[in-house]
Design a protein around this ligand. Structure first.
Ligand code: KIV
Length: 283
């Protein structure tokens, strides 16, 4: 029987009609088509693998790893080396999602040259699809240059944890008219500078709506209400691993801290009582 050597072409879309490979262009198109963007943070190989397997659109290697993985009080101590280390693990796992990497404090704010060198390293050494930079109008020239040389940038406005020492609190931002209009202007400037999306963190829902309607690129909210084009959460928060951190915007989809403690307790008891290992678990 004749057998064709021709390979059957894989459909461009998966069963769930999600694009097989998500690019920054896909993300921008999703605003136009009205498809909500689902982003979660990922810092290691296994979690990134599971996120990718179930069709997450974007894995953000967030500098929140400084808090949840490294145990720092703020994200300020995180280095470019730390981000590259984690991004490489994520990159090994992800086949479909867009990977965006947070650029840490003082890795891009200092000059266009520093931004090019550090963002360039992340793009070139790891091979991810985009970087994320916190900040508004004051980083517009940096964003413009990065985009011009082929480095896609995700913006981040509202509560920007790298500016914690300026604001002094992690409370909801832009509640007064001045800060709200400044944020709206920042969003328009970033849009004009060429970002492909903007994270809006912990701002009033009404302001997030206004921003979302005023910019051409998708907004991705965290504590910014229902009107954003997409949503992001820190994966350890939504899994219930960061137990003490309970802001109202975090929807807990699991209670893994308790599950883990239960497993650890059982293991300790089994070892102490000589129940583990059994004959079956021995060679
Ligand atoms: O670092 C991070 O995880 C973030 C998200 C909260 C957006 O910036």
């Amino acid at each position: 029987m004749f057998k064709s050597n021709k390979r059957i072409r894989k459909p461009l879309t998966s069963e769930s009609s999600k694009p097989r490979v998500v690019t920054t262009k896909t993300v921008m198109t999703m605003k136009k088509t009205g498809d909500k963007i689902a982003m979660l943070t990922g810092y290691d190989y296994l979690i990134a693998k599971y996120l990718d397997q179930v069709g997450i659109d974007i894995v953000l290697v967030g500098d929140s790893l400084g808090n949840v993985v490294q145990g720092h009080e703020t994200t300020l101590p995180v280095t470019v080396e730390d981000m590259i280390y984690h991004a490489k693990a994520v990159k090994r796992a992800v086949k479909h999602a867009l990977i965006a990497v947070d650029m840490p404090f003082m890795s891009f704010q200092t000059s266009v040259d520093d931004a090019v060198r550090n963002c360039g390293r992340v793009m070139k050494d790891v091979g991810v699809g985009a970087v994320k930079l916190e900040g508004g109008e004051y980083i517009a020239d940096i964003v413009r240059h990065l985009v011009r040389i082929g480095i896609p940038v995700m913006g981040h406005l509202g509560l920007t944890p790298q500016a914690i020492n300026k604001f002094g609190t992690y409370e909801v931002r832009a509640q007064d008219a001045n800060e709200a209009s400044e944020l709206l202007r920042d969003a328009k400037v970033l849009d004009e500078a060429g970002v492909f999306s903007i994270v809006l963190e912990k701002i009033p829902s009404s302001l997030a709506k206004k921003v979302t309607e005023s910019v051409s690129v998708p907004t991705i909210g965290i504590g910014a209400g229902v009107h954003c084009d997409g949503q992001v959460l820190v994966v350890y928060d939504m899994l219930g691993l960061t137990e003490e951190f309970k802001p109202r915007f975090v929807h807990r989809y699991a209670e893994l801290a308790e599950t883990m403690r239960g497993a650890f307790r059982e293991y300790i008891n089994d070892v102490k009582s000589r129940k583990f290992p059994s004959e079956n678990e021995s060679y």
